[in-house]
Design a binder for this molecule. Sequence first.
Ligand SMILES: *[C@@H]1O[C@H](CO)[C@@H](O)[C@H](O)[C@H]1NC(C)=O
Ligand SMILES: *[C@@H]1O[C@H](CO)[C@@H](O)[C@H](O)[C@H]1NC(C)=O
Ligand SMILES: *[C@@H]1O[C@H](CO)[C@@H](O)[C@H](O)[C@H]1NC(C)=O
Ligand SMILES: *[C@@H]1O[C@H](CO)[C@@H](O)[C@H](O)[C@H]1NC(C)=O
Ligand SMILES: *[C@@H]1O[C@H](CO)[C@@H](O)[C@H](O)[C@H]1NC(C)=O
Length: 283
Amino acid sequence: MFHMFSFFLCCWSLTGVFGAETNEIQSVSVTEGDSVTLYIDVTEIQKDKNMLWKYGAEKCNIAEINRKYEMFSTFDGPDGRFRDRLKLDNQTGSLTITNITREHAGVYQLEIAGARKKSFSVSVYARLPVPVISSNASQCSSSSSSSQQNCSLVCSVVNVGHVTLSWYKGNSLLSSISVSDLSISLSLPLEVEYQDKNTYSCVLNNSISSQTQHLDITQLCHTCADSFSLIELFSAAAAGSLLIMAGFGIFCFYRKHRKTEQQVQTHEDEITYAEPTLNKRNT
Ligand SMILES: *[C@@H]1O[C@H](CO)[C@@H](O)[C@H](O)[C@H]1NC(C)=O
Ligand SMILES: *[C@@H]1O[C@H](CO)[C@@H](O)[C@H](O)[C@H]1NC(C)=O
Ligand SMILES: *[C@@H]1O[C@H](CO)[C@@H](O)[C@H](O)[C@H]1NC(C)=O
Ligand SMILES: *[C@@H]1O[C@H](CO)[C@@H](O)[C@H](O)[C@H]1NC(C)=O
Ligand SMILES: *[C@@H]1O[C@H](CO)[C@@H](O)[C@H](O)[C@H]1NC(C)=O
């Protein structure tokens, strides 16, 4: 009973009251979960006009301003999809849809008494996830055993549609992949050298927004170096200590050798260069 009544109320029409027929359409793009205000320029209308907001092909009334009766109302829509989501500015007549979802996409029409109609075509885009960069593990194990200098990475996203996934080196585009289907997974590979100092980023975008993930080479490309075997580690340590010992030995030998050499030399110095040194000090 109540449902029937609200449906009747929603699609109750006042067409007769609103005269002008000219219609302009403005496109509005918004990301899921955001709010959007369908804005009308107050200078082009008189503030005391009655207004009616309608939605969809059925032209259901969703908001109404009646100045004479001081009535400022919003309605829930036929299936309640606008419940608690509409805000009507009682001064300008602007309509705000909060926490928008895809089911609120469509044409919103504003009728102003004695003025032209205005329509807004609202497109709702998915909220994009932040892409994930990971090392391509299979590639990694083979590269640690060989003398390869490169780190294999892959940037990926799941459940996306109508998006582009790209790799950037600084500001220049390296590679990208676009998809027009709904709800698929995407991945894009990248090869970098371990000691590469450039900044790389992976960007996911649709036509109105983007999400960026920056590559941290030192963190992601370390996994290969970390997977050294224990034997390699021990032999490296042994080789290291051997080197230190050898170095110390050489150092001692040189010190001893140089000392005797120096003693001989200072002796020679005293004899040969005694006079010029004295002259220098006098000047
Ligand atoms: C318009 O709304 C404001 C609050 O949003 C309220 O204070 C004001 O009384 C309203 N004006 C009318 C005429 O209803
Ligand atoms: C926004 O709408 C979604 C779907 O209707 C709901 O799950 C969520 O709780 C809402 N968020 C807020 C902040 O109202
Ligand atoms: C990892 O690298 C291998 C060999 O190049 C490639 O075939 C595979 O597709 C890569 N994995 C991903 C997730 O890109
Ligand atoms: C290493 O990566 C660079 C690009 O960063 C590429 O030009 C080069 O061919 C790669 N080398 C190997 C052995 O894969
Ligand atoms: C992503 O952005 C580029 C330009 O920055 C644009 O050409 C491309 O169409 C966008 N992708 C989608 C799916 O809209």
